[in-house]
Structure formats: structure tokens, C-alpha cells
Design a protein around this ligand. Sequence first.
Ligand code: PEP
Ligand code: MN
Length: 348
Amino acid sequence: MILAFASVLGNQEAKAIADFLHAQGIEFKSAINQGRSVFITRKNLDPIQKNSVSSLLSDIQFIDTQTPYQLASSKWKKDKTIFSVKGAQIGGDEVTMIAGPCAVESEEQMFAIGDYLQSRGIRFMRGGAYKPRTSPYAFQGMKLEGLKLLKNVADNHQLRIVTELMDLSYLEEVYDYADVIQIGTRNMFNYTLLRELGKIDKPVMLKRGFSAKVEEWLQAAEYILLGGNEKVILCERGVRSFETETRNTLDLASLALVKELSHLPVMVDPSQGTGIRSLVTPMSLAAIAAGSDGLMIEVHGHPEEALSDGQQSLNFREFDTLLKSCRNLFDVKSRSFDFEKNSINFTT
Ligand code: PEP
Ligand code: MN
């Protein structure tokens, strides 16, 4: 249950509430969310306890979300969460396009992609500098050098950077370079990391763990929200199932479900979600039709030479086709890409 006060409480008021809950043996966590002090209890207060709290401070709401996640629930926040990243809106009526290579590989590769993305009016560039690879022998990323390269390209092309943080020990480093910090599927259950992300003021894209139930995914988001960071983007990227012909099973039903259960923006990564280049555009269309707030697409100048995930990366021509297909769908869905306001057209 959430005990929500009208504004942020002073120390004395907060202490009075905390003392009461302690005295009643009610476990709780406190936070500031939506500009209000909240106390989140594991058990619901009974009517007598509610009366007692109300008599301490009358301007209070009791919200029973009936879920193990609380601040992430749409029962707590009815309006959809919308925020901006360096002037680019996330959530609401905008569909955000995030594109770029799986991994940062070289200056030449990154400037080519930067030129291309800018020519298409794309505002978010992805690229991993620290790569979580299944094989320790596979390319592990350019690390700090990769982050610097990302920043150089982004600054030169009016792009915002989405890049993965793999380990707490790199938080400061990644914080300095990223505009959105990506938490990968393997780290969705890393609660130490999530807790630290709650303390920072940078947007976090939380990918769904490949074995995570929706409820677990939303509780992972709750760790970040509880710490005070309200800029969380969820990203469906497929789960592991019995099917092995696709890399993962992209779970678009969960996208639609999470859009109901939570106020947080939800995006889709059909590149990891399918692992197959030819499936990326159809699944992008399906994601938008199902209400996705954005797409994260792996795009590479020469996918056949990519050091990671080339098999699921689109080349520039293929990405153009994806953009055009989405535009046709937008006419039906009355939505649009975030960059269309700038009306940057691409040829043929
Ligand atoms: C990626 O985006 O390249 C990636 C590794 O994502 P995920 O954590 O979803 O596998
Ligand atoms: Mn990848």
C-alpha cells in the first residue's frame, strides 16, 4: 500500500509517520515520487490504522495497488510518464527511434552511422562500449575509448547516446557519457546495480530479463523508482522459450500488458528479440501497432562485417525501408516518430 502525502513532508512530519508505522510493526520504505512523500508498506493498513495516520496528517491518500510493485503501477500514477532527454520527448504521443550498431567498433564505423542517422533525423544513437558477450573469446567492446567515440560522434550529429552499463564499477564513467543508461537483459536481476541507478538523475532503459516474468520486470523498475529516479524506460527484448529458430521470443503481449499495468514508457528491441534481420521490420510494425513508445534497432553500415550481432543488424537501405513501413502504419495509428516534427525527409 502507498501512503501518499500531498507534498514533500518536513523532517518532523516524516518522523511522526515513521514512528507510528514502527510502533504498529508495519514494515515500510519511504521515498519521494511525483513531488510527494510516499511511505510504501508491504501490508495494507487496516481502517483504524488509516484513521490514526490521517489524524497525524490529514492530507493523505491510501493507494492499494494490489501488486508487489507500487510506484511502477498505473494504479499509483494514472497519467503516462513523459520526460525529455536533451529536448527529445520520451513517451506520450511520440514514438522514439533509437538506432545504431550493437557495438562501437571504430571511428570510421561510428562517423558513418552518425552521418546516416542525422540525415534521417534520428535523435537517439545506440552503441555498446561494454559488451556482455556469452563467449569470453568474443569481442568485448572498446570500453572507455568506445564511450569517447560515441560522445564525439553524438556531439557532431545532434544525437543522444544510449549505451549499456554492465557493472557498478563503471557507473561513473558511463554516467558521464550516456544520455540514457541501458541495463541489459542479463542485469535486470542485479538489484545492487538497480539500487544505485535509483540514486542518479539520468534516464535508465531497463531491458526485460530473458527469463523474467512481467511482475519481476516491474519490480526491477521499482528498485530504481524507489531510490528517487523516476526516468525509467522499459524495453521488451524477447524471452527465452522452447523455440530455437528465433534467438528469443519477442513477447508483444507483455508489451501491451505492461502498458496497462504501468505508467512507464515501454519500448521494443526487435533486433535482440528475433536475432534475424528479416524479422526486424515486421516485428517493429507489430510493436508500434501494439502501442510501443519506441523502437531500438541495430543498424550497421556493413552488417556482414559487424563484430557483434551482424545477423540481426540492418544496413542503411534496410533501415530506410523500416522507417518508411512505419510511416505507412502511422497513418493508420495516428502516431508519429519523434523526429517527424523536424520533417527531415530522406530520398527514395
Ligand atoms: C544489446 O542491446 O546489444 C544487448 C546486448 O541487449 P540485451 O541485453 O537485450 O541482450
Ligand atoms: Mn546486440
